[in-house]
Each structure stands twice: as structure tokens, then as C-alpha cells.
Design a protein around this ligand. Structure first.
Ligand code: RIB
Length: 291
């Protein structure tokens, strides 16, 4: 089964700091490194590393050569990546001494996806193919709607949370992969059990994976509940941990593996990502996991 990821691509500027900056405070960074990132790019690379048949669609600015090169190097099919004038999106990421991060995404020209782009990309896919979406592009609602009309299987990671979420046709989504913050934004609930229960009532045709970091992940699929504990790990940098989980989960689904096996592998892969610096580069391959 083919997997299309219509996703963001960002240049991550990652600052190592003793603690994340407080309101009104000025601090010195201990260092800065530029990484390839963006939830879309990270998830495509995670899918490729997990062994999925992945096509990445999106837009890149003039400064995006390193992002395109990273996708290509990891054997992501980039025939649906279009280049535009202007800058790509970039981020300012602070990573503190405990490996926790804070991310500011500064959208560039490459968040603009046209209706024509969407139709041309979706023409390359068929009913039953999977579509992965996050919330860093500006025409996500249309992609979701058009893909569902054509029988693709939309998988939505509602990250980052913003006011656009409320207007999305979420009834088109077949898999939600979200954390507590995203779950709270969609349901208005903060307790994991309540988030899952509201999701089941509102979107009875969808399966839901709720990731809780060190507290593991819950999944409701086909009326059955699953729980996957997290693997204990010393956090170095949590950036892209969620993207790793999403990539491994989607790949397992596309290969029709059993859900407990998929969840266990996704949790193991994201625990490895947490133990390494960076975004896409920190995601382990399937061979590493099997070793
Ligand atoms: O999920 C991590 C990603 O979020 C980073 O790579 C950054 O670009 C933001 O999109």
C-alpha cells in the first residue's frame, strides 16, 4: 500500500540552553545546530526508515536544498515536492538540560499549498492508499476532504494546535494520532479516558492513538482498547519523538501488521529518538530496532 505524506518541511535551528527562556528574560545559548525538520519531513523519513512505501508532497523555498537532499537520501519519493521563490519555514527550538524542548515555527513561503497542487498530487494515488497529514500547512482541510472523497485513508496528527483545527472536516479522518494537548484541543477534555471517550462518540469511524510520553500510549481501534507502555530512556532531546511514533505506526498499518506489534515497535523507535539530538537524523531505522 502506498503512503502519501502531504507535509511540512522546516529548517530547525536548535539552541541548547540550561533552561527554556522565561517571559522578560534574556539567556545565552550553549550552542546552536541546524537540522532538517518539520513534522511532515520527520514523519516521511520515519516511514522510510521503518520500511514504508512513502511519497512526500509539499512545497520548498529557495533555501530548501538540504531538506530535499535529506528526503532523497532516506529514499523518500519526492516527485510531488514543488519549489517556490522565497524562504522555507524555519523553527527556533530550545532544548534544555533535561532534553525537553520548546518550538517556535516561523512559516515560510512553503506552507502555501494550492488547490491545483492538491488535485495534481492526489491524482497519483488510489482508494486504499494512506494519506498522512499534520497541521503545519495552510490548505489541510481541502487535502483531507479531497482525499476522503477519493477513498484514501486519512491519518491526522493534529500538531501543532491552532485555531484552524476547529474548521477541519475531522469526520474524514480514519486514524488520529495525538498527544494530550492535541486531544484536549479537539475534545475540550484533559483526562485521557475522557479524551478517548469523546473521540469515540464524535468520530465513530475513526481509530485513535493517544500518546502520553513516559506514560505510554492508548489506542482505540475497532471498538477495542490497547495500551502500550513507554520504554524508559534518559531524554537527550524529545524533538521528533512523536513524529517517529507516527511514522512507525503508519508503516505498520500500511503493512497490515497486528496492532500490538505496531504499537510496541512505534514506542521502541520513539524512545530511541528521545535519546538522541536532532529531529529527522535522530530517528532509528528498522534494522537498528531489530538489532
Ligand atoms: O515534531 C518536531 C518538529 O516540529 C520539528 O522538527 C519542527 O520543525 C516542528 O515542525
Amino acid at each position: 500500500m502506498k503512503i502519501l505524506n502531504y507535509g511540512s518541511m522546516n529548517i530547525d535551528r536548535v539552541y541548547s540552553v540550561a533552561h527554556t527562556v522565561m517571559p522578560g528574560e534574556t539567556i545565552l545559548a550553549e550552542g546552536m545546530t541546524v537540522y532538517c525538520g518539520g513534522k511532515g519531513l520527520n514523519q516521511s523519513i520515519a516511514i522510510a526508515k521503518a520500511g514504508g512505501d512513502i511519497y512526500h508532497a509539499g512545497v520548498l523555498g529557495e533555501d530548501g536544498d538540504l531538506l530535499l537532499e535529506a528526503l532523497t537520501r532516506h529514499r523518500v519519493d519526492t516527485r510531488y515536492v514543488r519549489r517556490v521563490a522565497g524562504a522555507s519555514s524555519h523553527t527556533v527550538i530550545q532544548v534544555d538540560g533535561q532534553g525537553q524542548n520548546c518550538i517556535i515555527v516561523c512559516p515560510g513561503e512553503n506552507v502555501r499549498v494550492t488547490d491545483g497542487d492538491i488535485d495534481a498530487v492526489l491524482d497519483g494515488f488510489a482508494a486504499g492508499d494512506m494519506l498522512v497529514l499534520q497541521n503545519e500547512l495552510d490548505n489541510t482541510a481541502r487535502i483531507m476532504r479531497e482525499a476522503a472523497k477519493r477513498g484514501l485513508v486519512p491519518v491526522f496528527n493534529p500538531s501543532p494546535v491552532n485555531q484552524l483545527l476547529a474548521a477541519y472536516p475531522l469526520e474524514c479522518v480514519r486514524w488520529f494520532i495525538m498527544n494530550e494537548i492535541e486531544g484536549a484541543a479537539i475534545t475540550g477534555e484533559t483526562e485521557p479516558a475522557k479524551i478517548l471517550s469523546v473521540m469515540a462518540q464524535r468520530y465513530p469511524d475513526a481509530s485513535v492513538v493517544l500518546t502520553l510520553g513516559a506514560q505510554g500510549a492508548h489506542c482505540v481501534h475497532g471498538g477495542r482498547a490497547y495500551f502500550q507502555p513507554a520504554f524508559p530512556v534518559k531524554a537527550v532531546d524529545t524533538t521528533a519523538a512523536g513524529d517517529t511514533f507516527t511514522g512507525y505506526l503508519v508503516t505498520g498499518l500500511s503493512q497490515r501488521e497486528a496492532l500490538p506489534v505496531i504499537l510496541e515497535r512505534a514506542a521502541r523507535a520513539s524512545s530511541i529518538t528521545v535519546g538522541r539530538k536532532g529531529a529527522a537524523d535522530s530517528i532509528p531505522t528498522r534494522e537498528e530496532l531489530d538489532r
